[in-house]
Design a protein around this ligand. Structure first.
Ligand code: NDP
Length: 454
């Protein structure tokens, strides 16, 4: 059974969280992300005089810097439009800031602070020299023409370019920022700086991108899941998997699941989910990839085109019985009720492709039930890991083959899993949340400590 918190730890966590909430009002996602991490780290910090004296936790929960700016752009009707954008440079103790850009109407400073904070631990877990950051805008790319998206990206880069650099901060994609947006952003950076350099990752292959970067987060998540199952003497082959989302992470997670013999039952988008009891095979998945990536359509079209498939409007796929759940859409998409439904239906593993897709209550329920539960900061680190490999290739001015990159990705995911086991094992049970949080923390804390009061 998972270990219990002592009263001293609980009191220290409560005290810490009260202060954090007071200093950061109105940022519930940030509070949630910190709370989950601090629950794991507090026993380590209480046991370490130096960490306490140097206020490591307080400093780690305060971003190094936040840049906020207006992005003005012109729509196709010639009207001026304005959005807000941010770059949260959270912590560069172990390397230049690294983390994606998100374009979605739900983006707020609090959301980006939660994502930047998580990124610090995730990047540390990869073993690569990368600090943590996140950025983005409340711009909604849905329903915009390519030209509108281009004008927005170009305008955003006019401000952002002052704050980034290959040894300072290297952004990438995230929700709403894919190959198209990275191309526009990179083109504008190159024009403004007159330098072709690895300033963004997720670039097209023809201008410095890495093989396997597009697939890396989804593939890495499945590799991680396979390690968890193997640790319990189980295998992926034949397992029924519910996947949410149908974007970059979900599509390539599904592709690798299918390749390794699992049965993918569901995919979703923000309009609902599709359930295919026969399993989504390679051809059907290609239909969804083209539908979402190229035609920017809605997921219900899949149900309209294939027999036996049902579409569930405005619903999430967690009531479909499965062996493994792989949330790959967005934050807080598995509520406490969803977690209970998954457990009642006998789920054996939950492996997070998205960032913080499970509410804190849901996380507690999974840990209490002793199922295999992998938090996003460990399971979805493959994306940033291959971004790190893209930076290395750019710096070396060479390009590795897809096989070479995939092999490195598999090694990194294996090492992340090993760190989770090292720090999270308690008897037969492995608490992957604790393992990932402590594994990610130690490197950053030691570096911060070495620098003195900076
Ligand atoms: P995409 O924009 O490619 O896809 C996002 C998917 O999630 C779409 O299917 C979208 O539906 C759905 N979605 C977005 N917001 C909501 C919402 N509020 N409710 C329901 N569904 C929603 O993003 P990614 O695949 O890149 O990212 C997915 C998750 O993975 C995010 O949490 C991201 O932070 C995380 N992640 C991504 C990495 C990467 O390399 N891309 C790396 C590590 C983590 P619709 O099409 O209707 O908008």
């Amino acid at each position: 059974m998972p270990e219990q918190q002592t009263d001293a730890v609980r009191d220290a966590v409560d005290h810490f969280m009260k202060g954090l909430i007071k200093r950061n009002p109105g940022e519930p996602e940030f509070h949630q992300a910190v709370h989950e991490v601090v629950e794991s780290l507090m026993p380590v910090v209480l046991d370490n005089e130096r960490y306490r004296q140097e206020e490591i936790l307080e400093r780690m929960t305060e971003p190094d810097r936040v840049v906020m700016f207006r992005v003005t752009w012109e729509d196709d009707e010639g009207r001026f439009r304005a959005n807000r954008a941010w770059r949260v440079q959270f912590n560069n103790a172990i390397g230049p800031y690294k983390g994606g850009l998100r374009f979605h109407p739900s983006v707020t400073l609090g959301v980006l602070k939660f994502l930047g904070f998580e990124q610090v631990f995730k990047n540390s877990l990869t073993g690569l020299p990368m600090g943590g950051a996140k950025g983005g805008s409340n711009f909604n790319p849905k329903g915009k023409s390519d030209h509108e998206v281009m004008r927005f990206c170009h305008s955003l880069m006019i401000e952002l370019h002052r704050h980034i650099g290959e040894d300072t901060d290297v952004p990438a994609g995230d929700i709403g920022v894919g190959a198209r947006e990275i191309g526009y952003l990179f083109g504008q950076y190159k024009r403004l700086e007159n330098r072709v350099t690895g300033i963004l990752t997720g670039k097209g292959l023809s201008f410095g991108g890495s093989h396997v970067r597009t697939e890396a987060t989804g593939y890495g998540c499945v590799y991680f899941c396979r390690h968890m199952l193997n640790e319990r003497g189980e295998e992926l082959k034949g397992k029924a998997v519910t996947v949410s989302g149908s974007g970059n992470v979900a599509i390539y997670a599904a592709q690798k699941l299918i390749a390794l013999g699992a049965k993918v039952l569901t995919l979703s988008d923000s309009s609902g989910f599709v359930h295919d009891p026969d399993g989504i095979g390679t051809d059907k998945l290609e239909f969804i990839r083209a539908l979402k990536e190229e035609r920017r359509g809605r997921i219900n079209e899949y149900a309209e085109n294939f027999k036996g498939v049902t579409f569930h409007k405005n619903k999430r796929p967690w009531n479909v019985p499965c062996d493994i759940a792989m949330p790959c859409a967005t934050q807080n998409e598995i509520s406490a009720t969803d977690a209970k439904t998954l457990l009642d239906n006998g789920v054996m593993a939950v492996c997070e492709g998205a960032n913080m897709p499970t509410t804190l209550e849901g996380v507690h329920a999974f840990i209490k039930a002793g199922i295999l539960y992998a938090p996003g900061k460990a399971a979805n680190a493959g994306g940033v890991a291959v971004s790190g490999l893209e930076q290395s290739q750019n710096a070396l001015r060479l390009s590795w083959s897809a096989e070479e990159v995939d092999e490195k990705l598999q090694t990194i995911m294996k090492n992340i899993h090993a760190q989770c086991v090292k720090y999270g094992k308690n008897g037969k049970h492995i608490n992957y949340v604790k393992g990932a949080n402590i594994g990610g923390f130690v490197r950053v804390a030691e570096a911060m400590s070495a620098y003195g009061a900076v």
